[in-house]
Every structure is written in C-alpha cells, then in structure tokens.
Design a protein around this ligand. Sequence first.
Ligand SMILES: [Zn+2]
Length: 492
Amino acid sequence: MKRPKILFSILAIIILLIPGLLKADELPAGLKKAADSIDPLLAYQLTRTMASPEFAGRLTGDKGYTRAAKWAEARFKEWGLKPLDSTSSYLQPYPSPYTIIDQASMVLHLPVNPGPEGQIKYQTIELEPEKDFLPLLYSDSGYLTADLVFVGWGISAPELNYDDYAGVEVKGKFVLCFRGTPDRRRTEFQHHDEHRTRMKVAKDKGALGLIYIYPTAQANPNGDWLKGFMPGMITEKIADQIFKEINSTTSDLKKALETYKRPISFALKSRLTYSVSSRHFPDGTGYNIAAWVEGSDPKLKKELIIIGGHFDHCGQHLGLLFPGADDNASGSAVVMTLAKALASLNSKPKRSVMFVLFGGEELGLQGSTYFANHLPSGFEKVAAMFNFDMEGAGDGAWCGISEEPPALKEAIERANKEINIIRGINIIRGVGVRSSDFAPFFLKGIPCASIGSNGPHLAYHGTGDTIYRINPEIMGSIARVAFLSIYFLANN
Ligand SMILES: [Zn+2]
C-alpha cells in the first residue's frame, strides 16, 4: 500500500500548488517581458530631442512646434502605428493664434520720503527679465509709464457680491494683483480665476495692463492677445519693494485677503514704465498628433483607450528658450514610449489604444478640448483616458482617477504591484482652471486617470526646465506601470 500513499501525497502537493500556479494576478510571460523591455533611455532621448533648441520651446502655432509635430509623426509611422484618419495623416490641425515677445523691459519708480502730493521724489529700479519680471506671453507691443493700482485678486464678480475694483479708479493705469480667488472652496469663483477673464475685466475697466504678483516669474502663454493691452508679472520680491510705501509686504496682503475674504484695493504712488515689442499671429495653426494600435477582439476593438499628454510648452521669447523638458517633453516621451511598446507587442489587447500628443495645453487645454470635441470616427466609445503631465523628476508618482469604473483602479493597482512606483491614488472629484488635459474628457463623462512624477518640479515654466534636471529612471518606471495598467484595462 505504499504507492497510493505516494500518489496521494503528490496529488496533495499539486492541489496545494494550483492556486499559486494560476494566481489571477500573475503576468503572462510575454507581457512581463514587454514591460521589462521598456527602455528609460528611449524616453530620455525623446525628451532631450523635444527640449532641444531646434524645436524652440514648442509654442503651439509657431514653426518650432510644427517642426516637432512632424518629428513625432515620423516616429509613430516608423514604429508602425496607424494614422489618425483615412487621409493617412497623424496630425489633427486646429486654429491656434499665438504671440512671440521679442523684447521687454520694466522700470519701477518707487517713491522716496513720500511727502505731500506733487513733491514725491522717485527712485528708479530696472527689473531683469525672468529674475524679476516677465511679460505674459500674449502682451501687445507698447511703451507706457503709468501709476500702479493694487486690486487684490483682480476679480469683479458682482453676482457673487465681490468686487476688487470697487472704489478704485484704474483707467489709464496698471493694475497689480495676485492669482487666485477669495475662497478656494467656492467653485463659483473659478471662472473669474481664468487668466482670460481677469485680463478682459481689467481691459474693460480701462487699465493699460495687468501685472501679476507670482512667487517667481514664469513663462505663461495662457491668454488672449488684446489690442493695446500689456499684461505681465513681477516676483513677490519685487512686489515687496512696491508695498514698502504702505509699510506692508506681499505676504501680509495675501494673508489679509485670504483671511477676511473681502477686497483690499488701493492706488499706489509707485509707477511703472513697461515696454514690450511683440508679434501676434492670429492665424496660427496648432496640431494634435495621434496614432493608434488596433485591438485584437472583433467587437471590443470598437472601444478606444486614449493615452495623452501635452506636447507644447511656452516657446522662445526675449532671446530666452523655455525648453519644457519636464513640462511636458517628459510626459510626451512617456506617451511615445508606450506607443512603441504597444505597437511592438505580439498579442495586442482586445480594445484599441490611441496615443495623442496634444497642442495648446499651455494656452488653456486647447488641443485636448479640440480632440475631445472631435473624437476620431469609427469607434463606438472611449473606454478611458490616461494623461501624463510632468514625469521627469522624482522617485515616485501620484495618480488621480475617476471614481468609476472600478476596473480602472483595479488595473492601476494590479500594475503597481509589479512596478511599485505609484505612492497614492486619489479620486478626481472635479476639474478647474488648473487641471491638465484629462479635463475635457472628464467633463464628457469619460473615465480618466492622470499620472505625474512627485518632483520637485524645479524651474517650472522657467528657462531652467532643461534636460539636465530629468531623471530617466522615473520616466521608465512610470511608462512601465502605465503600460501594464493600460494593457489590463484594454484587455479586460
Ligand atoms: Zn504641463
């Protein structure tokens, strides 16, 4: 009776092993190999190319951007992805006016020993581009000297019983204000926090320009060129020099506005000479660059998963290149790396996957909005959208996702079990003026996931956002976790 005992033992061992052998979360060998073969150096090299001077900071509409778009199109083609539409083009054009700033200067005239009106002596301070100030990258040309008026958040919202312009005369003057709203929790203020809204209000009130106070001077093309209007920004450090005349500081004023949630506005004795030489191009054309991989299931391939990131940055102005290596050559590189990995996979997932490099994010989500409003034909639905914005710095990643469907979270969690790079998953409850390219899709009810590296994202919108700050490993890890997440979701 020895043999049956042995057989029984072997059988018992096999039964014990079965759950391990068929563990639901075990990766098929080919998929594991494909994820492991994603090369961080490919993402790094793509980032370096995008951030190179050849593409002039990728300002949507400008020739540097268009050159870059054609370069990306050639990569998609080379890697065997399908073009966006039947005309065999990977480019989706849309109108994109843009402005280039050639020269700019700011001189502050600060009162010394302020005495009675008419007897003020001024000390002048010449500000340095980027260190102290920058024009907003849609300023009209002009050469003006005028008084400054502080107008809090620069918001005029009588319907919300709030008006930073009440009681001050801003006609023929420069208004000075912060970015933000009196109450972050009150979403009804959000529309007033759009740069476009704030500029239009200031211009309609007769101001010559709006000067933001920011912690650092940042390149910002998010707004409309308005004839005769000269917006700009100065640093908090420079604003502190201005507020000396009222014995206050930038942080005191901001704190007071945030604490009492009521306007604090006043005319200043300080004056500003502001000069800008710019070229506006109202007939610019922007491009989204899109390529896709067909699903393997005859039915489910009609469903699409969109993988996107913004391709654009702020351009080249005042002789300064804003390379946007982290923001967002890095995210574009992750999207492209994923495209190559998925295209070279032997067994494709059931659903189709489209990779899109969006134009005009920096101009206010223009490319992704256009894409979401002109979704490619031939598909029955968009099952999910993944967004990648700033993936180049740090040692971990954050992730925001739609609450539904549960399969989205499950796919990302399962992928992260293998790669272990995402440090937290938050539910996206709503979108606002600071959202990235998932927003237009989220608003259409498409399930979204947005992934970013944990930073620090130094030199944000500065000339220092160069390839030298980029870490290939973090891009590689994010590409791997995204690759598996997308595969699980597309194949589920
Ligand atoms: Zn960005």
